[in-house]
Design a protein around this ligand. Structure first.
Ligand SMILES: [Cu+2]
Length: 311
């Protein structure tokens, strides 16, 4: 569901707000229930750790598989049996270009990924769980991806306990909540709503040099994170004639986070009448996204950027 109540025009660029509503979350949960046979968390339930010992330790580390150039997450339980509070300050994984501390929280009925650059407190005589749908170490831009059976090195830095080096096994985590933190949902049959159902579109835009006018319409409506889905691009000339036989290159991502799409969306079909099918679109976080298109047709090339906010 796209809301046009906030349109900001500058240099022919339009900001569109995609509001992920309570309906959107209801649909996401419906997908989780259908797409995953296990109830949330039941396949990775951890025993309650014993608050014994004399130093902070980390138990049950694990990470989800991730596609090449995609994002992943790592989970574990930090046990602090000491009488002193501590704080996890940062995490570093060699496998990813960027490692951040995140927490998935529900805010006004919307699941949001919140970065925690200040780290997470680990109070004395307690334990803190990092798990799907909650606190996690987020691995952004993993050039080679991660496959089940791999092991990755993860370094955790604590305020008092100093550095703890972990070897984290990569394993399939198909339980519902694992999908909350950027897990790809391609085992779900709900990735695309084909035909019939009206999907809303980003406002039409002229390409930079005014050669083409482009409309981008998601076939997943409302757009939610973590679902692979399709878009349709409609391309016309400036005077409104549908453009046939265009070559379209797709790029984009989250400029503010310095990362691209977690997938490689591609035009896979020419639907006729200036319509082109884009398959393999997935947004893995809420926040500001861009879609960059470079369009070549009839000897002319021009580009356009769509900007929108996924809430
Ligand atoms: Cu995250």
């Amino acid at each position: 569901m796209f809301s046009r109540d906030y349109d900001q025009h500058h240099e022919r660029k339009t900001m569109n707000i995609i509001k992920i509503t309570r309906l959107g979350m209801a649909m996401l949960f419906a997908v989780l229930m259908v797409g995953c046979s296990m109830p949330m968390g039941s396949d990775h339930a951890m025993p309650t750790p014993e608050l014994t010992g004399d130093a902070i330790r980390v138990e049950n580390p694990m990470a989800r598989p991730a596609p090449a150039d995609g994002n992943g997450a790592a989970y574990f339980t930090i046990v602090n049996p000491t009488d002193n509070d501590d704080r996890l300050l940062s995490a570093q994984a060699d496998v990813a270009n960027i490692t951040e501390l995140h927490e998935t929280i529900e805010q006004n009925g919307v699941m949001r990924m919140m970065p925690h650059p200040e780290g997470f407190e680990v109070p004395a005589n307690s334990f803190v769980e990092f798990k799907p749908g909650g606190k996690h170490v987020m691995l952004l831009e993993i050039p080679d991806g991660m496959t089940a059976g791999d092991e990755i090195a993860l370094t955790l830095t604590f305020e008092n306990a100093g550095i703890i080096e972990l070897t984290v096994p990569v394993m399939e985590m198909t339980g519902g909540a694992a999908a909350m933190d950027h897990s790809n949902m391609d085992h779900s049959s709900h990735g695309d709503i084909d035909g019939g159902m009206a999907a809303d579109a980003l406002a039409p835009q002229m390409t930079e040099n005014g050669i083409f006018q482009v409309t981008a319409t998601s076939r997943l409506d409302p757009v939610v994170i973590n679902e692979i889905h399709n878009w349709v691009l409609h391309i016309e000339t400036a005077d409104g004639t549908p453009v046939e036989g265009a070559e379209i290159a797709i790029d984009g991502g989250m400029p503010a986070h310095n990362h691209g799409f977690p997938t490689t969306p591609q035009v896979t079909d020419n639907l006729g009448n200036g319509d082109y099918l884009v398959e393999g679109v997935r947004f893995n976080m809420t926040g500001g996204w861009v879609i960059d298109l470079t369009i070549s047709a009839a000897g002319q090339t021009d580009s356009v950027r769509f900007e929108f906010e996924l809430e």
